[in-house]
Design a protein around this ligand. Sequence first.
Ligand code: SF4
Ligand code: FES
Length: 571
Amino acid sequence: MVDQTSPELVTLERLAADFAGRGRDALLPALWAVQTAYGYIGPEAVRVLSQTLDIPEADIYGVIGFYSMFYDRPAGRTIIRVCTSPSCGLAGADRALHTLCDRLGTVPGGTTPDGQYTVEQTTCLGLCEHAPAALVSRQGAGEQQYAPIDIDAILAGQPGHHNGVIGSMTRVLLRDLPTDRAQTLAEYGEYVALQRALSDLMPEEVIAKIEASGLVGRGGAAFPTGLKWSFTRRAPGTPHYVVCNADESEPGTFKDRVLLEIRPHLLLEGLAICAYAIGAEQAYIFIRGEYPLATERLQQAIAEAEAAGYLGENILGSGFSLHVEVRRGAGAYICGEETALFEAIEGKRGYPRIKPPFPTTHGLFGKPTVINNVETLCKVPGIINRGGRWFRQWGTDLSTGIKLVAVSGHVQRPGVYEIPLGVTLRHVLEALCGGVVGELQAVLMGGAAGTFLRPEEIDVRLTFEDLRAIGSTLGSGAIMVFNDTVDLRDVLRRIGEFFQHESCGKCYPCQLGTQRQKEILDRLATPLPGDRQRLADIGQTMTESSLCGLGQTAAAAVLSAMRQWPELFPA
Ligand code: SF4
Ligand code: FES
């Protein structure tokens, strides 16, 4: 670790100078710069950033404390975070964590006496198809992903790597792609849809095409995309903003990571078309801090697109300009909630705002904002090129088009698959993923905030309406598969741990409910009298009275397990 009070202070001030003259919204990037250089953000760094950005020191400490990837005191020069969320738990994450700790002579949460290593347990790193996964931060060098975990490689300082496992029934988003690198601009092509929008279509006509496609958001909420765009376009006040939510952090969700790593230009083209449609000249892509490879590739793609004239000033001579900035999150699941994400970009703690007002009128910096998920924006160029009817050739009237699903756990080929909405879950598991490993016990649909299905329910069609009809959810497309060797109480315990850790604490039903829920889930094998009723009451209270989606869904998996397997919950 580096002493932030002596000669390096010169460097610290030089580093802070890069952010001089910028407002509070530069805080997250500035904290990342310090965290990466020094391995922590100490009092001298806080003092310098406070002066540079004109933010009270107390506020800066508040922000540092909110994000799990920032440290306000020295940690190990190398921080190794091992994921113990459900898919990694199935793949031996606990064993890997303890082997690692034994080799280093420390414990989870501990730092070796020489200050070289800190080992931490963490929640889903978005690498579930390669479980078990680890994220390693090295002072001065930043983050690297290891999936599956390779302890020798981590300790030898060798680079980690992971390739995508992708399959497609429709070959729209995932077609003829490399799996070990990003498509280059030359491979991707000339942003034809953007050129068409700028030269042939008024912004209202772009929105009409999106509305005609029936596209709904692919992040989980399934709100009609065209409607969101038209509300924002018409909203009074300037400027307008586009924000891409690339903060997928739901355990079991990793489809956006694959798009970001392999097809960054598709996202950028969709983002630019959206900005044109709603009258925005500034866009942000907020990407989770646990995705260093995706961040690097995205930044390279932005540079390529700017050099080619597809982003920046006066794009292709049209008079339309768009500047795109990438913002890294720093380890807070709640920042996937749209208003919490705005707060994070604005340099504050990622607390959700009370809605209404909605982002379409009061979003980023209080201005009209469209916020769309990565996959949603990736659908846009195809719709502009080929029309809404083309998109509707797949799916049903209520669930149009194609969808990416992220399958992990006990299947032969975990990975990201592109499906026409309406195929059955059985088809995905058997035809695309090569079948279940062992005897199927349960499927968790929609990630940790989703619901369990039993084996006899896998003939359900994957549409929003079919899943809703059986009390389930498609969510963002996470599908976690468990065979009959799995103790579902252990899965629930890991889910309870996740929500307790990620609750932001702003409202009591969720802050207290997630803690009490975790305590009961921890003792499911040896419950206290009345625990079943307590768990049901807590779940209902959180669902009905929490402020945001995190608390409202924190008990969804538990409540569904109580319905499906009441024998797991003795009275
Ligand atoms: S529901 Fe949970 S995450 Fe959402 S605001 Fe309340 S405490 Fe925070
Ligand atoms: S990376 Fe571990 S569960 Fe997703």
